[in-house]
Write a protein that binds this ligand. Sequence first.
Ligand code: C2E
Ligand code: MG
Ligand code: MG
Length: 700
Amino acid sequence: MKTWIVKRPLEKKLMLVNLLAFGLASAFAVILIVAYFWTTARADLLRNTEITAQVLAQNSAPAFLFEDRKAAREVISALSQDQNVLGADLFLPDHTLFASYRRDGISPALWEQGKVPASTSSALINSHFYASYLLVVAPVVAEGQPVGAVQIRVDLSSTYQHIFNLVIVVVIATLGAVLVAGYLLKRYLRRILDPINQLVGTMHDVSSNDDYTQRILATTDDEIGKLIDSFNFMLEQIQRRDAALGKELVERKRAEIQLDHIAHYDSVTGLPNRHFFNRHTTGLAQLRGNLDASYALLFIDLDNFKYVNDTFGHSVGDLLLIAVAERLQKTLRTRDLVVRLGGDEFSVLLDNPKSLDDAIRLANKLLLIMAAPFSCDDHEFNVGVSIGVAMMPDHVSKFEDLLSCADAAMYAAKAYGKNNVKVWQPEMSKRTAQRFTIESGLRHAIENGELEVYYQPILYLASNRIAGMEALLRWKHPLLGFVSPAEFIPIAEESQLIVSIGDWVLRQACSQAKIWEQRFGELFIAVNVSARQFRDSGFADNVERIVRETGCPPHILELELTETMLMSQTSETMAILEDLSGRGFQLSLDDFGTGYSSLAYLKRFPINKLKIDRSFVSDLPHDKDDAAIAQVIVSLSHHMDMRVVAEGIETVEQAEFLRELGCTYAQGFLFSQPLPAARFALFAEANLAQTEETQGRWHN
Ligand code: C2E
Ligand code: MG
Ligand code: MG
């Protein structure tokens, strides 16, 4: 029943409740009306019967007095006029019946029930509220003495009949009223409930179609009207939030696309980057299986990019990278994937090349194309590239290995002398692994105490007296043993480690120079500076701080720069050099002659010293060209008021030849190898003692 009610529509429920209330009220009213009617009708009948009984008692009193039964019967039979009277009895004081009257058709059995003793007073006897008759007894009094009693019975059935009729009428009237009320209620409820139904319908529409533009017109100002207003307001809020959310979603999508682009494309060249390459190759591997198709990877590294970047600055470097990317893309098919892996490294993934020869042919074509000069920002560059080639599945079975093998082959191409193509071979990967070992080892070399600065004496050629020394870094790797600076310095330069390592060397060298200055007198200390350090904005301040902190006199510190650092005759380079020179440091040009020698710039820069590269010294004095070069350098330096150091002197002839040329300083194994500090001190001591003795002999 309860669930049945719960499931009914609101209109039915309200109808039911209203009609129930109305029905109950009507029933209650009917009961009240009937009770009232019954009570008053009964009371009227009783009063009339009592009067009749008293009249009968009075009229029959003479008959009792004279014991005249006939007269008594006559008196009593007068009751036949009254339709309600069922009968009456007159009793003598001893309860014997004196006279009686019976309406026709009254059964004696019924009559027997009402047999009662005569009483002295009028009374309603044996008459229940629901009894079918009323029994009234009244005493008969003659001459002040009770002489008998009258007993009258009146019928209640007509009263009942009246009441019944009344009930029927009232019930019919009530039912009619209920019907009318039901009809009116239905119409009224429909008017009340219509907006609610509309609300329900719209809600359903909104939720099933996600259409928040719908609105309902509130026609009333009551609670339902307010509910509709609230609903409209809620829709408006949702619509507004929806719009904001939509906008946000669009923006988020755009940001996601942008992020994806940033994450997977190189911002300089617009080419896909290493992440893209990884994602792409993972996809290929999943799609086809690693061994199903063949791929060739060309690992391309620009040979002279570092020089361009360090010399002309990053903006020119970027322009060069863009030009390289464009040239690569123009040369290759669209289905070949060109990627900028980072720095000056590019790769080309060839999808299904016919053979390894095909890949090599393409690599050689790229080599030629890249050999043509690039012009960027009024400069012209011949960069050249080194290309490593690896094939899958010929060489490897996984894309990750393909990349590292092509990388190793590229390094082999570089080691072979740059600007060439090398195909991967197993031993190449071993070298790459070593490179990796070096780079990771270098990161902790300082803190692990694996680095040490050696000092190679530099002597006056004229007297063989020690003039100064060059600080040369040594690294003892725990597994690899001594690693040559020629091997680890370029790696340190590529990974930025050179800045901290360079600082460390400078500090060591300066504090050592200070100690030796006090012990041996003034000896200059030459420290190699890499391009990365030189371009570092805080370099000059840093050097000055180290010099101040170690107490080394600035003018004995000589910074060895290389020609490539000075190639861009930019105002920036000039400013750095003048800054360093202005702070009192000596500047020398290392490996002179090997770089992009342009003697013109020498004049403009505040350079104090030139170091003739070992390659021009090793074949002296027999090689005519080298001899000529050495001679030009020496005379040029004299001309420009610069001193000259000859590097790599290994033979007495070389020393002799250079001495005759007028070269100021000499450095080489002929005099001493680079030495640890303690052994250098011994060398210096012995050298000074010997030269003083020689000088003393000359003086004497
Ligand atoms: P470099 O500055 O030209 O140093 C001279 C190199 O020639 C040293 O090699 C030295 O040992 C070697 N040498 C000197 N005399 C002779 C000789 O008579 N015969 C032969 N065959 N070699 C001789 P090393 O120590 O192996 O250094 C190689 C290069 O590594 C240096 O060339 C320098 O460019 C770089 N380097 C070394 N230490 C540092 C450093 O602390 N910082 C930087 N940035 N570079 C460094
Ligand atoms: Mg040097
Ligand atoms: Mg050198």
